[in-house]
Design a protein around this ligand. Structure first.
Ligand SMILES: [Zn+2]
Length: 423
């Protein structure tokens, strides 16, 4: 059984004092915000720096005065809508007078200089997060399709293969590599059955009083209203991402997390998927919170924690060269979003800020790779060719395996950044 945590916070702050229950969370599995933990960020940021990150990166779609107010000396952030209690952040009077930023990860410039030229990543702690679970869970998480007699395409297996190959190369360059997931098994100890009551609660809140327990086919119109579908999502997405965040934040504590994915366009029927000519690539960092998302107390808190930790400044310095290096290797054009949910950041043209749970909950820089459309004609042929040494003619073009190309692009970008930053 999973209970929605309700804790009572006692907050004694600069301008406001309050005692109340945390509420208005995004999700029954969300952690209630611990605003007191942000006290350590007092006077660690100037007004101008706060303003730049708030409007340029995190609240680039606007933010209402009802939630965040920025004055010359302080910013006030709404902690609780019902109680109308506010967290007051005091700005540093100048950059020279700002206190050290309390955080466990190290930006490249704070790392000891690398002694050997052959080890430009020496001492850098890199956690690899292969997207999804794969294996026996691939169909449930809708990351599986099969075209004709060809082998099935499973993103969770492909991302794990990339992670293992990448780890070997990064270690050879001196990095200390850890895995957020290293097999095709869930990280979370829970399973869909553990979330049936929570699923019923979510459906009830959506006005569905007597939801069907099960669904028969992926195209069943009742599917998304069924207890099974809801409890499966709570398992493989919500609970799995939250457990990965717990591992990153309390056990692995890396300098950067690389989230590894393959992209796809809608493929329709998993047994008879649509193949497309579209193929593209983009990289995500955390930001671009949408106004309705910022109405949740936990999201405002987590956004502010990222802003104050200055994750973005390090993320973009890694993401830009890594995106350009992988774009060069793959020849892929930048993906252009059709919905206004992201903000283009940096200079490469490939990097977007977007508010994903994984990039929001990990308390360190996170660079999230989305290259290759798995159900494009070209990528599908490359996946069928599998991994191989050297080059081969695949779909009429001589080239390395798609996995080696992915790995080499990421490695080139990281080496370029860390070499330049640690000179
Ligand atoms: Zn993915």
């Amino acid at each position: 059984m999973i209970f929605r945590p309700r804790i009572f916070l006692v907050l004694s702050l600069f301008l406001c004092v309050s005692l109340h229950a945390a509420d208005h969370l995004t999700h029954p599995l969300a952690d209630p915000p611990n605003w007191k933990s942000l006290e350590k960020f007092q006077k660690t940021i100037t007004h101008d720096e706060f303003d730049r990150l708030l409007h340029g990166v995190y609240c680039s779609h606007g933010i209402s005065d009802d939630f965040i107010r920025v004055d010359e000396k302080v910013a006030c952030i709404l902690m609780d809508r019902d109680a109308q209690s506010w967290f007051t952040l005091r700005f540093a009077p100048s950059e020279a007078k700002q206190a050290a930023i309390p955080r466990w990860w190290r930006p490249a410039r704070a790392l000891p200089k690398s002694k050997k030229k052959s080890a430009p990543l020496s001492g850098v702690k890199i956690a690899l997060d292969p997207g999804h679970i794969g294996g026996a869970w691939a169909k449930m998480e809708e990351r599986w399709f099969k075209s004709g007699d060809a082998a099935p395409v499973e993103e969770g297996e492909m991302t794990l293969l990339v992670a293992k190959m990448l780890a070997e190369k990064l270690r050879a360059l001196g990095a200390r590599v850890s895995f957020v997931r290293d097999k095709t098994e869930p990280t979370t100890p829970y399973r869909p059955d553990d979330f049936k009551e929570t699923a019923r609660g979510i459906l009830k809140a959506e006005g569905i009083e007597n939801p069907p327990e099960d669904f028969q086919r992926p195209d069943d119109p009742q599917r998304e209203q069924s207890v099974r579908w809801q409890s499966e999502i709570l398992f493989y997405r919500t609970s799995e991402i939250r457990e990965r965040a717990r591992r990153v934040n309390s056990i692995l504590r890396p300098d950067v997390v690389l989230c590894l994915h393959f992209n796809a366009e809608a493929w329709g029927d998993e047994q008879n998927p649509t193949l497309t000519d579209k193929n593209h690539f983009h990289v995500l960092v955390n930001g671009s919170y949408l106004p309705p998302e910022l109405e949740s107390d936990d999201v405002r808190f987590e956004m502010l924690r990222r802003l104050l930790s200055r994750d973005f400044d390090e993320e973009i310095k890694i993401a830009d060269p890594a995106a350009l290096a992988l774009a060069k290797k793959s020849g892929l054009p930048a993906y252009e979003y059709t919905k206004d949910i992201v903000t283009k950041v940096g200079t490469s043209g490939y990097v977007y800020a977007r508010n994903l749970a994984a990039t929001r909950l990990y308390q360190c820089p996170v660079v999230y790779f989305e290259p290759y459309v798995m159900n494009s004609v070209d990528v599908f042929a490359r996946i069928q060719a599998g991994d191989y040494e050297g080059t081969r003619v695949v779909n009429g073009i001589e080239r390395p395996s798609i996995y080696r190309e992915y790995v080499d692009g990421v490695v080139d970008g990281l080496v370029e950044y860390y070499q330049a930053a640690r000179k």
